[in-house]
Design a protein around this ligand. Sequence first.
Ligand SMILES: [Fe+2]
Length: 253
Amino acid sequence: MLIDTHCHILPGLDDGAGSLEEAVEMAIHAANEGIHTIVATPHHGDGRHDNDASAVGLAVQELNLELETRNIPVQILPGQEVRVYKGLLDDLEAGTIRTLNDTQYLLLEMPSYGVPDYVEDLLYELHIQGLTVMIAHPERNIDFIKDPRRLQQLVGQGCLCQITSQSIMGLFGRKIQRFAIQLCKKNLTHTIASDAHNMANRKSDLSVAFSYLEKHISYKAVENYILNASRIVHNESIMTESYQYKKKIWSFI
Ligand SMILES: [Fe+2]
């Protein structure tokens, strides 16, 4: 059974599910994939969407009630996909930020233009506040693609990486697919999540991606990604032991 730690399933909050019906369809699809728990991670602080902690909590309650009524065996947990922005620390103090299922794990998204210079300071502040930053889809970030060592440094400083299943499957193009797989091979991936937005062109294919990775990376890596998702929602330490390929670093660039 699988846990999805990144999904835009809450209806009407962001660019994810557009209606309750679509959210229910996404949950049914997830259940068919073997997913029993989904962390709802609406965008927050990205300049277009603000979904503060309490709004997320209410929406999660409502969707869980609906799924229960319809006997759909999926549980929704609260979270956010928080964009790196200047006021993040103030908002954290004000209580508007929500970690993944209120654990130590904060799902953080870099701005679409790249990785800002102040990010190391921000990550340090988050670290001393006891949070572990999970970087959302680093494989889709232009700065990390150009300079993977920057990502490697952030992981060395304690950040975790969450790769999108559809990146693995090539939805965002060959370059991103290749980078995503290299991040898996080089032990810079800690978990895989769907980042599903809808049922049209951004639905979950978590189980498909795991099958693909089992074939192209290893069974052990996949097992670890799956276990790490469980450890995250239970606020346990995640496994980072090496199963990496012994090739020279970033030889694919
Ligand atoms: Fe997302």
